[in-house]
Design a binder for this molecule. Structure first.
Ligand code: PMP
Length: 288
């Protein structure tokens, strides 16, 4: 069996040989940005939006990506093709590159860029049919004044600590509150509630990443005439909502049926969530 091919700085190399230096500041300091993207039926889902977010994240940390959007898009296709993958997960990473042992980015000669395309680890079907329990994490989402959560940086420790709490509690995900105590997002997904027939999601200024899946759900709600609002979501709103779901490239649309031991609605996947899950699957597969 031939080895999985990884794109590293412009070349396809075997997975076993695909590596970055231990002096790379992406590894030493989490100094870099990334994207998690999906290919459905051989097509990148919303390529312009993912690449735009990557370039904006890079700009915010003053990292200049040595490729154009078009070059990176075609490199993703090239890598997926080399691995004969048409439905897969894509990880596109840009680091500050090789530097010295101090944090100074000036010491880094040029950014490292790599693209991994691999099978997507799909969550068990039952989770989508029955929903999952989640908790509210005690770990506060990084305040925008420290490191904006809108930057998809390689520094995920904030989220990882929250995910550990979820693991310890034996649940799937942790919801993170911001510095004001309002709901921001999950450790790796955006969050939506349904209350009295209306879909509600925290605004980006609450400390959430501008999720591409989130954007697709907002569009689908508008298309389906489901009222949708961005507004401040308090922890209390989580406890009294009728439906809840989380969205992300990997998880897609994940229904939540329990939050901190409180049953959400009737404890089953609600009608609006169900409709959005179906529409989302149709949208990604058929582009509708
Ligand atoms: N929030 C965080 C913190 C994330 O890491 C992600 C991506 N996994 C999301 C939200 C969802 O974003 P997207 O829909 O673009 O995958």
């Amino acid at each position: 069996m031939s080895s999985l091919q990884v794109w590293v700085d412009g070349k396809l190399v075997d997975k076993e040989r695909a590596s970055v230096s231990v002096y790379d500041h992406g590894l030493l300091y989490g100094d870099g940005v990334f994207e998690g993207i999906r290919l459905y039926n051989g097509r990148i889902f919303r390529p312009e939006q993912h690449l735009k977010r990557l370039f904006e994240s890079a700009k915010a940390i003053r990292l200049s990506i040595p490729y154009t959007i078009e070059q990176l898009t075609s490199s993703i296709y090239e890598t997926a093709k080399a691995n004969k993958l048409t439905d897969c997960y894509v990880r596109l990473v840009v680091t500050r590159g090789v530097g010295t042992l101090g944090i100074d980015p000036k010491r880094c000669s040029s950014p490292s860029v790599f693209i991994i395309t691999d099978q997507i680890a799909i969550y068990p079907k039952e989770m989508y049919e029955n929903g999952v329990p989640v908790i509210v994490s005690s770990i506060m989402r990084t305040p925008p004044s420290s490191l904006s959560p809108r930057i998809k940086s390689l520094n995920y420790l904030n989220n990882i600590l929250a995910k550990m709490e979820a693991n310890d509690a034996g649940v799937m995900e942790a919801i993170m509150l911001n510095h004001l105590g309002n709901v921001s997002e999950g450790s790796a997904e955006n969050i939506f509630l349904v209350k009295d027939g209306k879909v509600i999601t925290p605004g980006l200024s609450e400390g959430a990443l501008e999720g591409i899946t989130r954007g697709a759900i907002v569009e689908l709600c508008r298309k389906l005439d489901v009222p949708i609002f961005e507004r401040v979501v308090e922890r209390h709103d989580l406890y009294i909502c009728d439906e809840c779901f989380m969205t992300g490239t990997g998880a897609e649309v994940m229904p939540v049926t329990q939050i901190d031991g409180r049953v959400v609605g009737k404890g089953e996947v609600g009608p609006i969530t169900r409709r959005l899950i179906e529409s989302f699957h149709k949208h990604v597969r058929e582009g509708t």
